[in-house]
Ligand binder design. Structure first.
Ligand SMILES: [Zn+2]
Length: 227
């Protein structure tokens, strides 16, 4: 998980948020005593957060990476708008821009409606993620809470951030990092080293970037990096 900056609320939400929520509330109030027709209407009213412009804003904000696992959110051709505070318990936040994130299908499915009020799952756009999460010093494929952070723990557990496929993806990206590191060390003093260092900067901004950043801190000393 990596910290991101949240841009301004998309115009669609700014314009319609209050009206959409009002409509949803009206329908929910009517719910008692009515049949499946109304349920369908409620479902449709709820889904109005899923607007193209909202998705685009979240894709830009997260560089199309999942807010929890940092994998490409649409690897399987589908990414979801994630309600950090679940709609089931916080229906009033269905269209709330601050509550909307981007997640991959496995993270979205794992987290589902879970919510820990005392130690809530981290918010990549509001929390200092690095204060709560790091990687295991003995096995960099394992994400661990930093300084026993309970919120870090909730995040790992709710989004299942040590699932086998994720660990395999971390191993792969670490391998790529270590290969680049070997080249950087061989090129020490050569101007070509700069391109390799830039490649690592790109990797930090890309999929599983928080692991690359962790490995860079562990392995790349200032003397190797040209200023
Ligand atoms: Zn994910």
């Amino acid at each position: 998980m990596k910290r991101v900056n949240r841009p301004a609320k998309p115009a669609y939400l700014a314009r319609n948020e209050a009206r959409l929520l009002e409509r949803l509330n009206e329908l929910c109030e009517e719910r008692n005593g009515h049949g499946s027709d109304l349920e369908k209407k409620i479902k449709r009213a709820e889904q109005k957060y899923n607007h193209r412009s909202v998705k685009e804003a979240l894709n830009t904000m997260y560089r199309e990476l999942c807010c929890y696992c940092e994998c490409t959110a649409s690897t399987d051709g589908f990414s979801a708008i994630e309600h950090r505070k679940p709609r089931r318990d916080f229906p009033e936040l269905t269209f709330d821009w601050q509550n909307l994130h981007l997640s991959c299908t496995p993270c979205n499915g794992a987290k589902a409606d879970q919510w820990n009020e005392k130690h809530p799952i981290l918010d990549a756009a509001a929390d200092k993620v690095d204060d709560h999460l790091t990687y295991d010093d003995d096995d960099y494929t394992i994400l661990v809470p930093r300084n026993r952070s309970m919120r870090g723990d909730t995040t790992i557990v709710h989004a299942k951030l040590n699932r086998p496929r994720l660990k395999a993806a971390r191993r792969e990206i670490a391998h790529e990092f270590l290969n680049t590191l070997t080249k950087i060390r061989k090129l020490s003093g050569d101007p070509k080293v700069r391109a390799k260092v830039e490649k690592i900067d790109e990797m930090v901004a890309g999929p599983l970037g928080s692991l690359v950043s962790y490995l860079r801190d562990v392995h790349l000393s200032d003397e190797v990096l040209p200023s």
